[in-house]
Design a protein around this ligand. Sequence first.
Ligand code: CTP
Length: 409
Amino acid sequence: MFIKNKKILIIIGGGIAAYKSLDLIRLLKKSNNEIKTILTKSGKEFVTPLSINALTKSKTFEDIFDKNSEAEIDHISLSRWADLIIVMPTTANFMSKLSLGKSEDLATTVILASNKDILLVPAMNVRMWIHKATQQNVKILKDYGYLFIGPEKGEMACGEYGDGKMSSPRQIFAYINHYFNKRDLVKRKNYKALVTAGPTREYIDPVRYISNESSGKQGYEIALALSKLGIKTTMIIGPSNLITQKNIKTKKIVTAKEMLIEVKKSLPVDVAICTAAVTDFRPTIKNKNKLKKDLNKMKSINLEKNDDILEYLSKNNKYRPKLVVGFSAETENLNKNSISKMKKKNCDLIVANDVSKQGRGFNSDYNEVSIIDNNGNIKIIKKNKKSYIASKIAEVILDKLLVNDRNFN
Ligand code: CTP
């Protein structure tokens, strides 16, 4: 089904492929979408405002300080107006500006001020595309959450062959359709997600506790990524320095017991993702006063097991979420141990990460994970920022939810 009544802002960049933006505008207008455009200074070298206006039936925005503009502040009103922003073609230079967070003209300022998804459509010479600097910028931009389509392999305007050709207006149109259809479906389904995150602390006395190195970052990023996909997300998080986000219902807890209480209160949900590094044991008694340095009394601490929250969720008869996702922190036999953990805990997916490797996992901004399903399929997401890993995990979760629903509806 073709999308309609969407508000799309197209930023036309400076490249030989700029003229193809007119075809995309035509396709989007034909299915009754509203289009506004920004023409960059170099874009103007390739297409004229007149040809754009003829198609969009509205003015093309060009300058950041436009005396004739009706809107009070264009860069804010344009970004708030749009449901999606597209930059086509996206040049290597434009990407480098975005990766630096520049706001030097209307296009870059709108993007920096935007609270919407931004789809980049790269087009450039193959050497420019594969240059380390460009690839580094792509990595940064993906981490910032920019969406990409293409570039494709093919012959370029300069006569060379390789990656760098802009995706065709039809491919972009299909991408946009898929993007909105999926979002609209998620909205209709009104999915709810629960994420456990961070460590728990199990107190020995008022100042000492048993805990672990978890920063809560991976779970926090997953909660953000799910909410960005339109899923109503509740996060139950142990002690961490992360800033709470307006769009995520956040419940802060300290102990595993408190985490389980909040989990129970948050049910029912469609999907539960247990990223928390729940401390497995707690002291049988928490001393009321600070313990003194008396070795005779402190030879050992009696411990008891905390309930397994993931297991509670996946074996819950009344409120089992449609999808239960576990995490598995291992230092050896990553896949084998994670698969047996998934079976033992009866979850549907397990995200395995090797916590023995330097520079990723606990207390790091980076991670590398394998997503394993209960048919034994393994999807590896190579080392990257936790925010990027989270967006990939969230996509897999959403796809599984949608497939599940299709099978059961
Ligand atoms: N988990 C949980 N409640 C617990 C312990 C673990 O919900 N009391 C969840 C974690 O959030 C994670 C999964 O179980 O999703 C696996 O946690 P992990 O620490 O890797 O394994 P454990 O089950 O604790 O087993 P072990 O420490 O022996 O590897």
